[in-house]
Design a protein around this ligand. Structure first.
Ligand SMILES: NC(=O)c1ccc[n+]([C@@H]2O[C@H](COP(=O)([O-])OP(=O)(O)OC[C@H]3O[C@@H](n4cnc5c(N)ncnc54)[C@H](O)[C@@H]3O)[C@@H](O)[C@H]2O)c1
Length: 262
């Protein structure tokens, strides 16, 4: 491709880009995207073999991690708040599905908000404050199409099960994903003069071996008639992290095949 001044704005060469939940399904794609654009992806996760094994709900560990990152790489340029709890939604207790709003356990509410919201708050505080002190940085919060609209619970229904045993998309998913949009707008204005931009990406569901009936029901809610392929967010992540989006802050970008238009 011809390297023009415009195309150079997508270049992340030399930039140290943190990704929470960096070894998950989307985290790995963010890592590839950053590498493709010449950046240095740094994964933070609680399981597996990330660059830094860290629980993002623990501020002290995050502060220690920031020092280790600075020791190793000498800088921090961008942060993707991507980690989320991914609770199993199949189990039922005493004939009642715990995912349903009436039964939703306080413990799960707390755990989901701890990772999805407190984790993003703490990472923004620990890494974002450093970027603000440097006068330059980008925060990208990974919300969801369900950060803009309510889940359509009909697509999760299983034929033949009584109402109280039907699983639903959790209330915490909606609360966390809407909350991240609030955090985005707050940070965008709070740090506007410090050179730190904050935007939110709202991806639609990624095709990843889900049940065929579910895929059909979800696809029916999407004007483009299909779920996303796992590599369809990479170019937009490069755009949002790089100088290509230099005049963009506080924005909420829905990349969901048009689902939120309906
Ligand atoms: N997959 C989709 O279809 C989809 C659609 C829209 C939005 N999203 C959002 O994209 C993000 C990534 O989704 P995914 O599908 O890759 O999920 P995933 O479950 O594959 O990855 C999430 C990662 O977060 C990590 N994590 C959880 N708790 C943590 C903690 N306390 N500290 C550090 N890391 C922790 C997990 O170990 C996991 O690797 C999530 O915020 C999700 O809500 C996903």
């Amino acid at each position: 491709m011809k390297q023009t001044e415009t195309m150079n704005k997508f270049d992340l060469s030399g930039r140290v880009c943190l990704i929470t939940g960096g070894i998950g399904l989307l985290g790995q794609r963010h890592r590839e995207a950053i590498r493709d654009a010449g950046g240095i992806p740094v994964t933070l996760d609680i399981v597996g073999e990330p660059d830094f094994l860290v629980d993002i709900t623990d501020k002290k560990t995050l502060e220690e991690t920031r020092e280790k990152i600075l020791e190793k790489y000498g800088r921090i340029d961008t942060l993707i708040n991507n980690a989320a709890n991914n609770p199993k939604v199949e189990s039922t207790q005493a004939g009642k599905n715990w995912t349903r709003f009436e039964n939703f356990p306080e413990k799960v509410w707390q755990e989901d908000l701890d990772v999805g919201l407190k984790g993003a708050f703490l990472c923004s505080q620990v890494f974002g404050s450093y970027m603000a002190s440097q006068g330059r940085g980008v925060i990208l919060n990974i919300s969801s199409d369900l950060g803009l609209i309510a889940p359509d619970q009909r697509i999760y229904r299983k034929e033949g099960l009584p109402e109280e045993q039907q699983m639903v998309k959790s209330v915490t998913y909606s609360v966390v994903k809407h909350g991240l949009i609030g955090l985005t707008r707050y940070l965008a204005t709070y740090w506007a003069e410090k050179g730190v931009r904050a935007n939110a990406l709202c991806p639609g569901g990624i095709l990843n071996g889900q049940d065929e009936d579910f895929v059909k029901r979800l696809s029916n809610l999407i004007p483009m008639g299909r779920m996303a392929n796992k590599d369809e967010y990479q170019a937009v992540v490069i755009f949002l992290l790089s100088d290509a989006s230099s005049y963009m802050t506080g924005s909420v970008l829905a990349i969901e095949g048009g689902r939120t238009c309906w």
